[in-house]
Write a protein that binds this ligand. Structure first.
Ligand code: UDP
Ligand code: MN
Length: 305
């Protein structure tokens, strides 16, 4: 059993992260003060204008008891609906469940389906949200806002699993419709754990420029219901190799050739959402079970679990 604990954001002095004189620094370092300074320059009082209706889109499947996803969902929904009711003008929670298709979990395609459903329901800000992360109250403004053009927000940057690497994009991230459509959403063919969030970052750099970094809160915390650091998580997954996306490096190499037709837009038109069941989860929250689609290419044979 792991002890549950909240991860607190730790302010880091930018000087402490600076490279030694003469040292090469290929990537921007993690600089919370710079982010604060940027927000101040924008003089908007926060991450963006208030959204009319916020969507929280949650990828979900309760296939492996060890993962305790049903328990996470039972904790997440009441927490997040109370949180959203407090902070947002209006909101909807879409839990998008992968049907029992015999394939590995596909977070990217589920989030694309959720985006389509949320947009149809009139939402204008889209928070892609893992089921095992519970936001603290001081993150409210980051959920209530519609990110400005070119400035999607990595809310989960406050979680220490994600704070050390500016290229991480997982956990909780908020997008406007315009930007999410510009990057063509998530890839549809990452079956299994890992890689789809890295592809989001590649798409963002391709579309917004190599210097792209996400906006991120400088205070707040996320409680991790899984309660595993990255090392523990990697160890846990080592025992379940078949849950992972083991072709994510090959997929990475296809980025430039495929991103335009592997997301919200696919070769034949728009990604379809095949709903097979819906369940009411309470106030403005629902679970939609969907049948996911194969891509019709070499990745199909890597989909089965
Ligand atoms: N998830 C799920 N069922 C699964 C695997 C993943 O519902 O079998 C969802 C759940 O929302 C989870 C998210 O996908 O929080 C990301 O997976 P995971 O928590 O394993 O990723 P990590 O915490 O390692 O980034
Ligand atoms: Mn997790």
């Amino acid at each position: 059993m792991y002890k549950r604990q909240a991860f607190e954001f730790l302010a880091v002095d930018a000087a402490a992260l600076a490279p030694a004189p003469g040292a090469a620094c290929a990537r921007p370092s993690y600089r919370p003060r710079d982010r604060g300074a940027k927000r101040k320059r924008d003089d908007d009082g926060g991450p963006g204008p208030r959204a009319a209706r916020v969507a929280v889109v949650v990828p979900f499947r309760d296939a492996h008891v060890e993962q305790k996803r049903a328990a996470h969902l039972a904790t997440f929904v009441p927490h997040v609906t109370a949180f959203l009711a407090k902070h947002c003008a209006d909101y909807r929670v879409f839990v998008v469940e992968q049907s029992a298709d015999g394939r590995k979990f596909n977070r990217g395609q589920l989030l694309n389906c959720g985006y389509v459903l949320a947009k149809r329901a009139g939402c204008d800000a889209f928070v892609f949200h893992d089921v095992d992360l519970l936001p603290s109250d001081d993150l409210g403004p980051w959920y209530a806002a519609k990110p400005r053009a070119g400035a999607p927000c990595h809310v989960a940057r406050v979680w220490d699993r994600y704070s050390g690497n500016p290229d991480y994009f997982g956990g909780v991230a908020s997008w406007s419709a315009g930007d999410f459509e510009r990057i063509n959403g998530f890839p549809n063919n990452y079956w299994g754990w890992g890689g789809e969030d890295d592809e989001m970052m590649r798409r963002s750099k391709t579309v917004f420029g190599e210097g792209f970094t996400m906006a991120a809160p400088s205070a707040g915390s996320l409680e991790d219901l899984e309660d595993m650091g990255i090392a523990e998580k990697v160890e846990f997954l080592r025992g379940h190799k078949d849950w992972k996306c083991n072709v994510r490096w090959e997929l990475r190499d296809e980025h430039a050739a495929t991103w335009r037709s592997n997301g919200l837009r696919i070769a034949g038109g728009d990604l379809g959402v095949v709903e097979v069941a819906t369940a009411d989860l309470g106030d403005r929250a629902s679970k939609v079970t969907v049948d996911l689609a194969l891509a019709g290419d070499w990745t199909d044979k890597h989909a089965p679990e």
